[in-house]
Write a protein that binds this ligand. Structure first.
Ligand code: HPA
Ligand code: ZN
Length: 322
């Protein structure tokens, strides 16, 4: 049994991180940018560990230079997602990589991304929402510029605000002002935490940034009291098992905490993060969960419903997808 055609709801992807290496290589060639060092001989992305991954990621992003590039990227990404049964996807988009935090440039990039999303919805039946995202290791000021971009464009397409990047850089409180701006604009909130930073980082993120979802959050398994808090306060985890296994944020598939988190009553969802970087797809994630933990169609239906309930979209969209 393969789960390729089963409908899927995916909450945690990074738009640039979904770019196939061949797509980035062809942009680099068009623009005569030499980034040959970021690829293995077989054409895949080459990096040693998470910090090096972030460097390679940013090098790949230098080839994405205008709204049209993001239009093409979004088209390619949604075609691939739809081919794996994804019917609703949220993606992080960083104003830092789309106009450098300038609001009017950001609007142009967003318009191009939204055009591609509208076409994909019409042609492929996949809905995309955008979570505007700051990059943690770019610091608090850049995060505030990103939050301003997010706040100014909040609407039917930009529905959330988030933060990715190097989790051990700074503390959540350094980004509280940016998150306050986003919250006051009515955006829904998520933040990467507990992939590398331990349960303390999750606890601080919940306390200081008041998010309703946590990106990854797998380190919660190390603190039963925090797990209980997550259950009681209805926080949803955007778990990306293939990413964790590939980057060694957790043990292998058999040791991945998603099963124990779920058993403890934590709301878990399943996403790919940056599929070509981690050699995964939503089909692979579902197949591996079925193979490793014996998850069946009922389990995947439940996970999809959990994801839809925590999705940063309105009730109409939710009803259309469900
Ligand atoms: N984790 C954290 N930050 C990121 C990632 C990721 O997987 N991808 C792009 N930015
Ligand atoms: Zn991520």
């Amino acid at each position: 049994m393969t789960y390729k055609s089963m409908p899927k709801v995916e909450l945690h992807t990074h738009i640039e991180g979904c770019a196939p290496p061949a797509f980035i290589r062809s942009l680099a060639k068009e623009k005569s940018i030499d980034i040959s060092g970021i690829f293995n001989a077989d054409g895949t992305y080459a990096y040693r560990d998470f910090n090096h991954f972030l460097e390679v990621y940013e090098a790949a992003c230098t080839t994405l230079q205008g709204p049209q590039d993001f239009y093409r990227l979004t088209k390619a990404v949604l075609e691939e997602s739809a081919s794996h049964g994804v019917v609703y996807q949220e993606t992080f988009v960083s104003p830092d990589f789309c106009g450098g935090g300038d609001v009017s440039a950001w609007r142009e990039y967003l318009a191009a991304i939204e055009d591609a999303a509208t076409e994909a919805e019409r042609d492929l039946g996949i809905t995309l929402k955008c979570v505007a995202t700051c990059v943690r290791h770019f610091g608090g000021e850049k995060a505030q510029a990103a939050a301003k971009c997010a706040a100014e464009t909040k609407g039917d397409f930009v529905t959330g605000f988030g933060m990715g990047g190097a989790e051990t850089f700074g503390r959540p409180a350094d980004y509280a002002y940016a998150y306050d701006m986003a919250r006051e604009a009515g955006l829904s909130l998520t933040c990467h935490a507990g992939e590398w930073g331990g349960p303390e980082m999750i606890a601080e993120t919940l306390r200081d940034l008041k998010v309703t979802r946590i990106g990854h959050g797998v380190d919660a398994i190390k603190d039963p009291a925090l797990m209980q808090q997550i259950v009681e306060t209805d926080v949803t985890l955007e778990v990306c098992p293939g990413s964790n296994v590939f980057l060694k944020a957790t043990g292998g598939w058999a040791d991945h905490p998603i099963q124990k988190l779920r058993d403890a009553g934590v709301k878990v969802t399943v996403s790919t993060d940056d599929p070509p970087f981690f050699s995964t797809t939503m089909t692979d994630e579902f197949n591996m969960l079925a193979q490793t933990f014996g998850w069946t169609e009922d389990d995947f239906n439940e996970v999809n419903q959990t994801a839809l309930a925590a999705a940063f979209c309105d009730a109409d969209t939710r009803a259309t997808v469900a």
